[in-house]
Design a protein around this ligand. Structure first.
Ligand code: NAD
Length: 487
């Protein structure tokens, strides 16, 4: 690390060393609007050096036993956990999220990602079949693929980056990771712990910079046979095009326009607080956030009244204040984009019930230039409206009534995305029926964001290609071979 005035200056991490870059990008503190950090503006040259280091480290790392790799991952988890508070403070400052969210969700999950894959890598078995009449036994063997390119977004920076690094290196690959240029600090902090954890030089390389330069150089590099990407559907289309000439293996975790279907027999005392969280947690900047709430007509008015009253209680302000529920959005441009959706909804005749343009936002003196927005609830909006079709990725949710189960399913499926859905009902039969028919990679019933990392995570339709999880990530990050032995 270097310090330029009061600015934090990050460096790439290549072959076990911090390496300065010739040019830098400004990184803002979203809660104050001030530039506070300089991020390397890497390109082909830096990516080339990182891939070279990762290639050089591959033979030794890939031939270590799963147990040796597991022990190193566990040590890294312990070191991050030891510094949890420093990581949480940094994540909150860099991303705008509340310190409470960073302390209780982001950093604990980053720690758990390493522990989880340190454990799961020890328990995989491969397949074996016998053809006794031919005197043959067939079995499969799995080997790491090589240098993995890992590209992550800004909403859950260390959480999502480690969700890729942990399985990739647990399986014996070496990696070149590129975090979002808007949230690079915690990845850089993690690099400082790699040596102490025992990660050999070159196993984890981190190249900072923009998607257009550093990201694309990684995607186009001929010696990077697989890309694991989490981000927007638009970027995924570009990555797919650019990687096609190399026939790369791709895992794409993309956007969502997630519905909640609330039937009239739902337990509203559970449903309302959970749906508030699923709409507004992390400023609505989670790919799994609910943004279309379908409520059965019999309880629509009551739900709306209680939901809006509770939404108004969410405190927006300085993310470092533990009493604050909603921090700052990631950037000025993103805040404008989210606000514009509300503007468009109004212009179409929808009713904004609270938040943007309805209530006043009182911010502390130090946060006046930050990118804040109140939780916003929109009603009387048509399914065809862009607010009901496009991913907004901010603290905005739409609430509309429905009459029948069939209608709710049809309307919930009526978007290009298919990432996550929630269903609220006390009728077990209905819950199963609806879950089966929703076009969604994840369906939560009577809860939200309860995850077992063993099971597949990922989206259908424009929400993604491939799945991540204990078995799925293992399969993605390894190459399988079928071997036949005749005796
Ligand atoms: P983004 O697509 O703009 O950027 C994601 C990453 O890709 C960044 O590191 C960026 O620098 C890089 N990138 C951009 N252009 C690139 C290119 N041409 N080649 C290679 N890399 C490139 O997404 P974002 O705005 O950072 O994140 C928000 C999006 O991520 C939302 O759509 C959200 O739903 C999605 N997301 C999905 C999941 C999931 O698991 N499905 C999780 C979190 C976020």
């Amino acid at each position: 690390m270097a310090c330029s005035g009061a600015l934090l200056v990050l460096e790439n991490f290549i072959g076990g060393k911090f390496v300065p870059c010739s040019s830098y990008i400004d990184s803002y503190n979203p809660s104050t609007g001030d530039v506070y950090c300089k991020v390397p503006d890497s390109g082909k040259e830096e990516v080339e050096a990182a891939v070279k280091a990762a290639k050089a480290a591959f033979p030794v790392w890939s031939s270590k036993s799963p147990l040796e790799r597991s022990q190193i991952l566990n040590r890294l988890a312990d070191l991050i956990e030891h510094d949890l508070e420093a990581f949480a403070q940094a994540e909150s400052k860099d991303q705008g999220k509340t310190i409470t969210f960073a302390r209780t969700v982001d950093i604990p999950r980053a720690v758990y990602n390493f522990r989880f894959f340190a454990s799961s890598i020890l328990h995989h078995t491969t397949e074996c079949t016998e053809m006794a009449s031919l005197g043959c036994v067939h079995y499969t063997s799995r080997a790491p693929v090589g240098v993995a390119g890992l590209i992550s977004p800004w909403n859950l920076p260390l959480y999502l980056l480690t969700w890729k690094i942990a399985p990739a290196i647990a399986c014996g690959n070496t990696v070149v990771a590129k975090p979002s240029e808007m949230t690079s600090v915690t990845a850089w902090m993690m690099c400082k712990l790699l040596e102490e954890a025992g990660v050999p030089h070159g196993v984890v390389n981190v190249v900072f910079g923009t998607g257009a330069k550093a990201g694309e150089a990684l995607v186009c590099h001929p010696d990077v046979p697989l890309i694991s990407f989490t981000g927007s559907t638009l970027t995924a289309q570009r990555i797919t095009e650019k990687s096609a000439p190399h026939c790369k293996r791709l895992s794409l975790e993309l956007g969502g326009k997630n519905p909640a279907i609330i039937f009239d027999d739902a337990d509203l005392t559970q449903c309302i607080p959970t749906t508030l969280r699923s709409s507004f947690a992390n400023q609505g900047e989670i790919c799994l956030c609910t943004s279309r709430i379908f409520v059965q007509r019999g309880i629509y008015s009551e739900f709306l009244k209680r939901f809006v009253a509770e939404a108004k209680k969410w405190k927006v302000g300085n993310p470092l204040d533990p009493a604050v529920d909603v921090g700052a959005l990631i950037s000025k441009e993103h805040l404008e984009k989210v606000r514009n959706y509300v503007k468009k909804a109004r212009a179409e005749g929808a009713r904004v019930l609270c938040g943007e343009g309805m209530d006043s936002l009182a911010l502390p003196a130090g946060n006046q230039k930050g990118y804040f927005m109140l939780p916003t609830v929109i009603a009387e909006i048509k399914d065809e409206s862009c607010c009901m079709q496009e991913e907004i990725f901010g603290p905005v949710t739409c609430v509309v009534p429905f009459d029948t189960e069939e209608e709710a399913i049809q309307r919930a499926n009526n978007v290009k995305y298919g990432l996550a859905a929630t269903v609220w009902s006390s009728n077990v039969g209905r819950v199963h029926r609806v879950a089966q028919r929703l076009q969604s990679g994840l369906v939560w019933t009577n809860c939200w964001l309860v995850r077992d990392l063993n099971l597949p995570f990922g989206g259908m339709k424009a929400s993604g290609v491939g799945r991540e999880g204990a078995k799925d990530s293992y399969e993605f990050f390894t190459e399988v071979k079928t071997i036949t032995i005749k005796h």
